[in-house]
Design a protein around this ligand. Structure first.
Ligand code: AMP
Ligand code: MG
Length: 394
């Protein structure tokens, strides 16, 4: 498909239109960090399950300051008192221990005088003082976490508190990465003139894992049709999503499009009005989403972030976060034909470009907190203009 490059939004809409939700699977809490909830988490019971003490001290029925109380027992965390205290009595109580049923209050240890058997409350003990009520944190039946949420440490904690040992999560998309190019050498290998280290395999694999995918393959292909077909065929086998870098333009050594055609992939778009990232290709083969990303290292990352990440979110059922914005700390020149993703550092809500913006300049990507989207147009965006931000990391 040729013709004018697509708008970024139109291209993303085509990608999202091809995404189908992945099935759910049970995941043990210990394995669920970063996973996406497929169903709501509902509290099985009230949390706390009973009234509990917020302090170490004594529990007693309401009484005025100066009341003398005989100590008849103890309630510790996990060990309720054998019987509740009556008027003129108290129990020693620890933080988190059950406060007996009734109009009890707790006086913290610092305000209690006396010995093991008899104490004096130096302040009034009104009903409910230092008492955490049953259900104050979670109510039985309450939705505590909504489907689509990515589980973070606090989310895992609240799921456990809600009574769950496992959560229903969307299966992670199986993702295979292919990097094309005769010039590519593995990390650390010696380079002959014209060769370079294959950073796309590293960045795209890392983006896949950071975005919640299961990396099922990371392969390199030389610049021949046969090698490209071989590598892509291997990547397509069993993958929900394939992302290939390089070889997607119109040069005599660009074999990705013919290789994908030979493998039966259907093209849904090629070329987006985006800088960097113009030659981005997207299509499907059966249920598999296929992305032909440009080879330049920043273009590969930017197009993953703008097109592949939303696809990953969509198949996982992730709820996208709110869009962030910042004000430009300095003017930025606009590109007349393409929206530009500028690598920026954000300080106090203001965006500053991190350095040279060539699509091969990975160092300015490594310094950036976000991509600032500069809409195409004439002239420049002045300092102080508001720009949309796209997060680079997750
Ligand atoms: P291509 O899209 O294949 O024409 O590649 C465009 C530019 O990106 C060339 O300068 C390539 O050397 C470079 N490039 C392609 N693939 C990679 C890669 N995996 N890692 C680093 N640079 C790459
Ligand atoms: Mg190439």
């Amino acid at each position: 498909m040729s013709g004018p490059p697509l708008d970024v939004a139109a291209a993303r809409a085509i990608v999202l239109g091809a995404c189908r939700p992945l099935p759910a699977e049970p995941v043990a809490i210990a394995d669920a960090l970063g996973r996406t909830l497929a169903t709501d988490v509902v509290a099985a019971a009230d949390v706390p399950g009973t009234d509990t003490s917020a302090m170490d001290g004594i529990a007693a029925l309401p009484c005025p300051a100066g009341t003398r109380l005989s100590v008849i027992g103890e309630a510790r965390a996990g060990h309720p008192a054998l019987r509740p205290p009556s008027g003129g009595e108290a129990i020693r109580i620890s933080t988190g221990a059950v406060v007996p049923d009734g109009p009890f209050g707790v006086l913290q240890q610092e305000l209690v005088e006396g010995d093991a058997d008899e104490v004096v409350a130096t302040e009034e003990i009104p009903e409910g003082r230092n008492v955490r009520r049953a259900g104050e944190d979670l109510r039985a039946g309450e939705v505590v976490l909504e489907a689509g949420r990515v589980l973070d440490p606090a989310g895992l904690g609240v799921a456990v508190a809600a009574g769950l040992a496992q959560v229903s999560c969307s299966r992670r998309p199986r993702v295979a990465i292919v990097a094309t190019g005769d010039e590519l050498k593995a990390p650390g290998e010696a380079l002959a003139p014209g060769e370079l280290h294959d950073s796309n395999l590293a960045t795209l694999s890392a983006l896949a894992v950071a975005d919640g995918c299961e990396l099922t393959g990371a392969a390199k292909a030389g610049d021949s049709l046969e090698a490209t077909v071989d590598a892509l065929a291997g990547a397509l086998a069993g993958a929900d999503l394939v992302a290939c870098s390089g070889g997607v333009s119109v040069g005599p050594h660009d074999h990705v499009k013919p290789a994908l055609a030979e493998l039966g992939a259907e093209e849904l778009f090629w070329k987006v009005a985006l800088k960097p990232g113009k030659p981005t290709w997207f299509g499907t083969r059966g249920e598999t989403l296929v992305f032909g990303l440009p080879g330049n290292p920043v273009s590969a990352m930017v197009t993953w972030i703008l097109f592949v990440r939303p696809a990953v979110d969509a198949v996982l059922g992730r709820v996208p976060g709110p869009a962030a914005t910042a004000l430009l700390a300095e003017p930025l020149t606009r590109n007349p034909a393409r929206d530009e993703c500028v690598r920026v550092r954000i300080e106090a809500g203001r965006a500053t470009a991190t350095g040279p913006q060539g699509s091969h300049v990975l160092s300015s990507m490594a310094l950036a907190d976000a991509l600032a989207v500069v809409p195409r147009g004439e002239g420049e965006l002045p300092a102080g203009a508001e720009v949309e931000l796209v997060a680079i990391g997750r």
